[in-house]
Design a protein around this ligand. Structure first.
Ligand code: AMP
Length: 118
């Protein structure tokens, strides 16, 4: 699947639509999900154009991959989830339930997240 430059997260990265920003650096942006599924629900996205985790791991530089992974830990710490824990999740493709075709990790925190898959 080729990257769709008009997906909603691409528009957020270009500043065309707003987001509730949690964290940003040269490689990564994190913001609150517009439709939170748990008390805390934040999305972490790379700034590069990657459709999903497979695309990212195939095409991104080692630096981007390291920065993205470190950002997930950093953001979860910013959210106060270090002690009690949290869940990360990324959906890939149709069967994975991916709606937005720009790689994103969900961070769920702030309460017991419950069963892994429902
Ligand atoms: P996924 O199903 O993994 O692709 O998740 C996409 C997520 O993006 C959903 O949890 C949506 O609620 C969220 N989302 C969609 N549009 C926006 C937006 N404009 N700002 C923040 N989150 C959004």
């Amino acid at each position: 699947m080729s990257y769709d430059k008009n997906n909603i997260f691409a528009k957020i990265l270009r500043g065309e639509i707003p987001c509730k920003k949690v964290y940003e650096n040269d490689h990564v942006l994190a913001f609150h999900d517009i439709n939170p599924q748990k008390k805390i629900h934040v999305l972490v996205i790379p700034k590069g154009e990657y459709v999903d985790l497979n695309d990212f791991n195939n095409k991104a530089s080692d630096k981007e991959i390291v920065e993205f992974n470190k950002a997930i830990t950093h953001v979860s710490n910013l959210l106060g989830a270090k002690e009690k824990g949290y869940r990360t999740l990324t959906n890939i493709g149709n069967d994975g339930g991916q709606e937005v075709p720009h790689l994103h990790f969900h961070i769920f925190a702030g309460e017991n997240i419950g069963k892994m898959v429902s």
